[in-house]
Design a protein around this ligand. Structure first.
Ligand code: SF4
Length: 461
């Protein structure tokens, strides 16, 4: 938007000379009474006439593309002592999930969907013809408190397009969190999206007030970022993540020595990658995620399947990737974080010719089918690392097997009691009374162990 902020846009008396405004709309959308005429055929909506409900509709809808809203892992805080308001734990916190599985228990909004950047994949980019709105910091504070009191939410997830400058925008985001914490003693969960180009001191202040901060790496490869978000700088994004990591480490050291030392982002930092907007394969994404976990101590990497947007740029694919691809990437992430798979092992589960994980089976089963020579494993003797690689055995089941086998040798029935389906497990294990005969050598093993698809009933009890 060539440097003009939306606030400045609002103060423009109509009509004016033709200017390169991009936040335009057509009279057919909202009616002429809401529009200021800038030039023949060019109108801009009067934002002052949007009430809070309209702004909320626009800015909550604009925030839905951000997947990184889970509130796990924060410090326990509550107002049971009668002081303050809000809680990050226990009863009274309402959790809800959208049909696509995204967490919506937080008030998840943008401060504004206006932006001076023009990232191709983003509906809020400056050249996008969407309806714009902007909250003040006070409005977000009031909304959060009102929703919290009604028990609609357990906290706030706040992000923003960039207006005026990264520093100005970051100041507004920090002001929301500061006011909630200091003026209203809000003890609920706050997740702030931070802006990598903002002054590091502002990012530090965000971490002082928020439970979690996140900086989006946006795309899995440097080439993808350069092509689809040319105004963003991969080095600056990583620099900001390194600063946050250092502040979290300093804060942990301080709280070990002094219990009352101020905490910095106790729920850590996370990031998000868009999947399917560029040519990156699942193998590229898995490797990138693993590097991010190692280098920046991230709590989570979120994967967001690219959604085609109206008036999309020609450099974007026309179709969205299957949502199942996003799901398989989350499963592969899970394997690295909880099942001790190395990134190269997860990559090995992908099809070598395409670098993509199969969509019809999970990556753990894909790995086991590809490396059949490692199976069957003896459930009564195998190390934990190999038990974790048996399709159908979860971490809890593996821990139970390790405990039980100290006292007796386990039979197939014992294992069946610990799992949802023993059919998937049988070809891969040896138990006291069970040995699969040539099962892992069968050409049709995959259909035998692939979960059957079933039509779920919409109104099932
Ligand atoms: S900076 Fe953020 S809000 Fe602005 S266009 Fe890029 S992705 Fe969208």
């Amino acid at each position: 938007m060539t440097g003009a902020t939306f606030a400045q846009v609002l103060s423009v008396p109509a009509p004016g000379p033709a200017r390169p405004f991009t936040h335009v709309t057509s009279p057919g959308i909202t009616g002429l009474s809401n529009l200021v005429r800038l030039a023949p055929g060019t109108y801009i909506e009067r934002m002052a006439q949007l009430d809070t409900r309209e702004k909320l509709a626009i800015l909550a809808d604009a925030a839905k593309y951000d997947a990184s809203c889970a509130s796990s892992g924060t410090a326990k805080r509550n107002s049971a002592d009668g002081k303050g308001i809000g809680s990050t734990e226990g009863m009274g916190i309402c959790h809800a999930y959208a049909p696509d599985g995204r967490c919506i228990s937080l008030l998840k909004i943008l401060l504004t969907n206006s932006c001076i950047f023009d990232c191709h994949y983003c509906i809020n980019r400056k050249s996008s013809n969407v309806r714009r709105a902007r909250f003040t910091a006070d409005e977000v504070v009031e909304l959060t408190l009102a929703f919290y009191r009604r028990n609609y939410i357990e906290g706030l997830f706040l992000s923003s397009g960039i207006i005026r400058s990264p520093d100005y925008t970051m100041e507004q985001l920090v002001e929301v969190a500061r006011s909630l914490r200091e003026d209203h003693h809000f003890r609920g969960y706050i997740h702030l999206k931070t802006i990598p180009d903002a002054d590091p001191e502002l990012v530090r202040l965000a971490g002082v007030h928020a439970d979690r901060v996140s900086i989006n790496v946006e795309l899995p490869t440097a080439g993808g970022l350069k092509r689809l978000a040319p105004e963003k700088d991969g080095a600056r994004i990583e620099g900001a993540m390194a600063d946050v990591k250092a502040s979290i480490a300093d804060s942990r050291d301080a709280t070990r020595k002094y219990k009352s030392a101020p905490r910095f982002a106790p729920a850590g930092q996370s990031t998000q990658m868009i999947v399917g907007a560029d040519a990156a394969t699942d193998g590229d994404i898995v490797k990138r995620a693993s590097t991010l976990y190692d280098r920046f101590g991230l709590r989570r990497v979120y994967y967001s399947a690219f959604s085609p947007i109206p008036d999309a740029s020609a450099v974007l694919p026309l179709r969205r990737p299957p949502l199942m691809r996003e799901h398989r990437l989350y499963q592969s992430d899970w394997l690295m974080r909880f099942y001790d798979y190395r990134p190269d092992e997860v990559v090995a589960a992908a099809d070598p010719s395409t670098g993509m994980l199969p969509l019809d089976i999970d990556p753990k089963l894909a790995w086991a089918l590809r490396f059949r020579d490692r199976f069957p494993i003896d459930i009564n003797r195998a190390p934990r690392e190999m038990l974790l690689r048996v399709p159908g055995l979860g971490v809890k089941a593996v821990n139970a097997i390790l405990t039980s086998r100290r006292w007796r040798r386990l039979r197939l029935d014992d294992v069946a009691r610990l799992t949802v389906s023993v059919t998937k497990i049988r070809p891969f294990i040896v138990a006291e009374d069970w040995r699969p005969v040539m099962l892992t050598d069968r050409a049709d093993l995959k259909p035998l162990v692939t979960p059957k698809r079933e039509q779920l009933e919409l109104f099932a009890a």
